[in-house]
Every structure is written in structure tokens, then in C-alpha cells.
Design a protein around this ligand. Structure first.
Ligand code: MN
Length: 232
């Protein structure tokens, strides 16, 4: 039997979270709400300190949610994230930037896990990575390199493109590869935040050290689910 508080906790959780499918995430409709983190803020203390996690989630992500809602309300529009990204080039940059921030962070939280059992790549994903990057090690090197050499704030992505090929790409600010304005378009299956707010307290200017440390907490089980979904 659930206690009353657990019951209401579950109701609240289902109201503010999504089931970590790309489809559900894209279909979220304004007004948007901040999703819960799928783990405790101190779950990754050795890789991402809990203060960074707290500020990143409760302040930065919350601000993207609030500012998307404000910009859409000012334009008297109700939109899904998918609709926003398909029309990104035609929309008020405030809507594009903040909705991008909401999608990117909601996605990012799900691609990390404290559970050891989530840290193993599936055989089909290993095979696909080997086909497009020769080896998992070379893929990781190229991904970190792309993140380190990206100038300024942005994101580094592993995407499935229209030809079902895996590609590494970066976007600036809160853009993402789903946007009609993206130079390289595709479906993200992994995305890492390159903004200094994601790592500065622990790593200061050493973006490379942060990116390398992240491999130990990547939720490959979830990335594999996104891969299967993106390949359909
Ligand atoms: Mn961020």
C-alpha cells in the first residue's frame, strides 16, 4: 500500500515529467513545467557537484521554462516543442532560444544515470558507432574534441541524420539539431551542455576535463532507447 504522501508524490511526478521518449518530449505543450531530475542532485558528486546540479536545474532550466511561457503568452500562442522547432527560423528568437533551452535540458538530464547497470552500451549501438566512427573510443575522442573546439556556449550532439547515419555536431546557444535553422539537422540521441554554467564551479576553464569525466555517468541504456526511436 502507498502512503498518502507517496501517492501524491507520484501524481505530481507524472504531471511534471515525461517518459523519456523523444516523441513525448516533442509533444509537450505550453505552458511548460520544469521536469523533476530523475536522480538526486548529489547523485554524481565526483563528476558534477550538487551545487552545480541544483543551480543548473532549479535556476537555469527553470528560467528557460518561464521565459518560453512568457514569450508564448505575449504572442498569444500555445505550441508544442516540435511545432516550435519546425518553425524556429520564423519565430521570435526569444521563443526559439528558451524553448530550445527547455528541450535541451530536459533531454540532457535523462542521458545521465547513477545506476551502474545503465552504463553499458547495447550491441546494436556499439555496431552502429563502429560503422560510423570505427570504434567507441574514437567516437568518444571525436565527441570530446568537437565539444572542446566549439567556440562559446552551446551543445555537442550525437545525432541520427536523415540517412540513419550517426553524426557528431555542435550548435550554439540553446539551438539544437531539431530546429529548421540548424546547419546540421537530425535526431539527437545524446547531448552535452557546453555552457560554463554546466561545469565552471568544479572544472573552471577546463571544459575538456569535464567532458571526459562525463563518460562514467552516461546513461547508455537511455541513449540506446533514443537510438532505436530515432532509427524508426
Ligand atoms: Mn545548461
Amino acid at each position: 500500500m502507498f502512503s498518502k504522501s507517496v501517492f501524491w508524490g507520484l501524481i505530481l511526478f507524472s504531471a511534471v515529467s515525461f517518459g523519456a521518449s523523444l516523441k513525448e518530449l516533442g509533444q509537450l505543450k505550453s505552458p511548460f513545467v520544469l521536469p523533476e531530475l530523475p536522480y538526486a542532485e548529489n547523485a554524481f558528486e565526483a563528476v558534477i557537484d550538487s551545487q552545480t546540479m541544483n543551480i543548473h536545474h532549479k535556476k537555469h532550466h527553470q528560467a528557460y521554462v518561464d521565459n518560453t511561457n512568457k514569450a508564448l503568452a505575449a504572442a498569444s500562442e500555445v505550441k508544442t516543442l516540435d511545432e516550435i522547432f519546425k518553425n524556429a527560423s520564423k519565430l521570435d528568437p526569444k521563443i526559439k532560444n528558451n524553448a530550445g533551452g527547455h528541450w535541451n535540458h530536459s533531454f540532457y538530464w535523462t542521458t545521465m544515470s547513477p545506476k551502474e547497470s545503465d552504463h553499458t552500451l547495447s550491441k546494436p549501438l556499439i555496431k552502429a558507432i563502429e560503422k560510423d566512427f570505427q570504434s567507441v573510443e574514437l567516437f568518444k575522442e571525436q565527441f570530446v574534441q568537437a565539444g572542446v573546439t566549439h567556440f562559446g556556449s552551446g551543445w555537442v550532439w550525437l545525432i541520427v541524420d536523415a540517412n540513419k547515419t550517426l553524426k557528431i555536431t555542435t550548435t550554439s546557444n540553446q539551438d539544437n539539431p531539431l530546429m529548421d535553422s540548424a546547419a546540421v539537422q537530425g535526431t539527437p540521441i545524446l547531448g552535452v551542455d557546453l555552457w560554463e554554467h554546466a561545469y565552471y564551479l568544479k572544472y573552471q576553464n577546463n571544459r575538456a576535463a569535464h567532458l571526459k569525466a562525463l563518460w562514467s555517468i552516461i546513461n547508455w541504456k537511455q541513449v540506446d532507447k533514443y537510438y532505436k526511436e530515432a532509427k524508426k
